[in-house]
Design a binder for this molecule. Sequence first.
Ligand code: ZN
Length: 85
Amino acid sequence: MKSKKLTSKCGITIPKDIRAQVGWTPGMAVDIEEAGDHSVTIRPHVPVCRFCGTVEQIMEIAGISMCRDCAEALREELDHGLTQD
Ligand SMILES: [Zn+2]
């Protein structure tokens, strides 16, 4: 276990040997959540569909993470809307 102090903005640098063990690199996205007992959990980011919440078959369209099913539903709605006007 390593002990560190949070920076003035409550930031922290993950120690180099731990980064090497888990394969984390600068700039990678992480998910941060409150873990109870005054603790915080940090994990590699898992892309989630913004519309239905699934983590299966995620793609990013215009900066929005969505699953294949929601992307197809959205495309059908757009196609339908375009043919109606
Ligand atoms: Zn979805």
